[in-house]
Design a protein. Structure first.
Length: 165
C-alpha cells in the first residue's frame, strides 16, 4: 500500500472510536487519537530512503509497533495531562496505528516478517500490489470520509447537548 492508502486505512479504522472516546473520556482525547492514528500511518516507511535499513525490515515489525506505542503514550500523556488514562490511550492508538500499517502491507505480494529478528516467518496474502492506484485512492477516500463524518457527528452531538452560557 502507498502513502494515501495507509492514511485512509488508519482513518477508517479509527473513525468508529471517535464517539466512544469522546463519550468515555473527552473530545480532546478523541481528536488527539485521530491525529495520532493518521499521523503515524506512514511512519514504518521511514526506512525507504535509508541506505542501511531494508524496506519492510525492522520498521515493519511488532517490536517497532510497541516502541512507537510507548512513545505515543508518553506524548499523549504530555499533550492531554488532564486525562488519567492518556498514556494507555496513546500507547494503544500508537501501537494500533503501526499494526494497521503492517496489515496494509501484509495484503501485498511483498508482505512482511512481523516477528523479525526473533522469527523469519513471512506473511503475505498477495491480494493486490502496493502500487494499485484504485485501491490506494479508495482507502484514502473512504477512510477520510468516515473519519470526517465521525468527527462531524460527534462534535455536532456535543454541540447540541452542551449547555449555553
Amino acid at each position: 500500500m502507498y502513502r494515501g492508502g495507509h492514511i485512509g486505512f488508519n482513518a477508517l479504522l479509527y473513525a468508529p472510536f471517535v464517539p466512544l472516546v469522546s463519550r468515555g473520556w473527552s473530545l480532546e482525547l478523541a481528536l488527539a487519537g485521530a491525529v495520532l492514528a493518521v499521523g503515524l500511518a506512514n511512519l514504518p516507511d521511514v526506512d525507504q530512503p535509508l541506505p542501511r535499513i531494508p524496506h519492510r525490515g525492522p520498521t515493519h515489525t511488532i517490536w517497532f509497533a510497541l516502541l512507537v506505542g510507548l512513545l505515543a503514550g508518553v506524548a499523549t500523556a504530555l499533550v492531554v495531562p488532564s486525562t488519567p488514562s492518556a498514556f494507555r490511550f496513546g500507547f494503544v492508538v500508537g501501537t494500533g496505528s503501526i499494526v494497521a500499517h503492517l496489515a496494509g502491507d501484509i495484503v501485498t505480494p511483498m508482505g512482511i516478517s512481523p516477528l523479525a529478528p526473533v522469527s523469519r516467518y513471512h506473511v503475505t496474502l498477495d491480494w493486490f500490489k502496493s502500487k494499485n492506484g484504485r485501491i490506494n485512492r479508495a482507502f484514502l477516500l473512504v477512510g477520510s470520509a468516515a473519519l470526517l463524518a465521525s468527527l462531524g457527528l460527534t462534535i455536532g452531538r456535543i454541540g447540541t447537548v452542551a449547555p449555553i452560557g
